[in-house]
Structure formats: structure tokens, C-alpha cells
Design a protein around this ligand. Sequence first.
Ligand code: MF3
Ligand code: CO
Length: 248
Amino acid sequence: MIILKSSSEIEDMRKAGSIVAAFHQAIADMIRPGVTTLDIESFAVRFLKENGARAYTMGYNGYPFATCASVNDVIAHGFPNRKPLKEGDIVTIDIVAEADGWIGDSAWSYAVGEVSDEARKLMQVTKECLYLGIEKAVVGNRIGDVMHAVQTHAERNGFSVVRDLLGHGVGREMHEEPNYPHVGKPGKGFRLKEGMVFTIEPMLNAGAPYMTIDADGWTARTADGSLSVQYEHTIAITADGPIILTAQ
Ligand code: MF3
Ligand code: CO
């Protein structure tokens, strides 16, 4: 069942969303060669606490951290670690905050120093996919319309869209219905209604869309070792168009 949110509930969701957004703004300046993803994790734990938010992923299905840190060929759900980031890496930091009983969820990819042309293009195109999808997230459209825009832009640029990890509804819990991949056909899938709140979170690979999971049970990597990038916002569907709750 898809839980629709009233306009006052959507207003209440802005707090968690804005904390997540402020976190991403803060780490943008922090990410450089030599910094570790555990440094970013520690900052996240402190930042959420100072802002009166709870680190929702910590302990979620046994996930041990407040952030996911996914470097280079890691698609998603990478564990923060002590290895310093190095020039040319790309890292996706995903964070989920709970504030006043509501969730905000946003992942963002960052370049570490100067990155390759391929990495820069992958980042650019993935971000464009996110915003092209958001543009289509209007009442009356279907999820297939949204994801067709994402998929078409990705593939036209020579990249592939990960199918095995899904977008999701967001509310009092991180994962609500509906769930959907970031590929689709126009006119297919559920119809977008006022009061829906869900993520648009395309993961694009430079190579094939397939993934493997590490022995830790979480870390999702590209099967072919190619680079992967993700941008994610939590959005609310309203009569006046989509609201990006996690806008930076
Ligand atoms: N933000 C991720 C998502 O979009 C999930 C959080 S990672 C988890 O689903 F490890 F906590 F599950
Ligand atoms: Co998410």
C-alpha cells in the first residue's frame, strides 16, 4: 500500500530533508585526497546528532553505519573505511536521517581532486538523469514516464542503468511502497498522485548494468569493475509539481 502524505505532513518532512541536504553541502568541501570515508562517517554521526536527527541506517537490517560510502566500482551500500581517498577517485555518500519521525534520504557523488574525463562525464550524465526524472514526476504521469527519461538519457550517453537496486517510497520509514527500477516505458507502471513521497536515485555504470555483492553482505559492485555513480533525492508529488525535499 502506498501511504499518501497530506500537505502538512510533507511540510513536516522538510526538516529531515534539509538536514540531509545540509550534510551534503558540508561534506562537499571536506572530500579531498587523504580524507577517509570513516572521517566522513564520523562527521555524519556528529552532524545528525547536533541537528536533532537520528542516523536511520545504523542498525537497519544490521547495517552498521550512518552513511554508505561507495568508491569507484562500488555501486551502493559500501562500508566507510580507513583507506584514504585518493586523487581521481569518485565516491558516493548516501545518508538517511530521521527527524520529528520523518525520513529524508539522499545520495550524492563527489570527485576526489581531478578525475578522469570518463568519471566526470558519468557524474554529469547521472546528475542530469536525476533532474530529468524529477521533471517528469508530476501528477498524472506514470513511473514509467519518469524512468524512461532517466534510462534514455543514460543509454544515449553510452552508460547503463543498474536494475537490481530500487527506488522506494519514503515516509515514517525509509523503505515504503512503491518500489521500482530506474528504467521504464512511457505510460507504464503506477500513476503519480498528489501526496506520494519517494526517491529518484539513478545508479549508472560506465560498463554493464550487472552487480555483485561482497562477502560483507552489503557492498554492491559493478560485475565488470567499471565505475558507478549515483545521485538521489527524496521528492514529494504535489499539485504544483515535484518538491525536492533534500534539495541542497
Ligand atoms: N539510502 C539507501 C536506499 O536508497 C539505503 C540505505 S542503505 C542501508 O535505499 F544499508 F541502510 F540499507
Ligand atoms: Co534511498
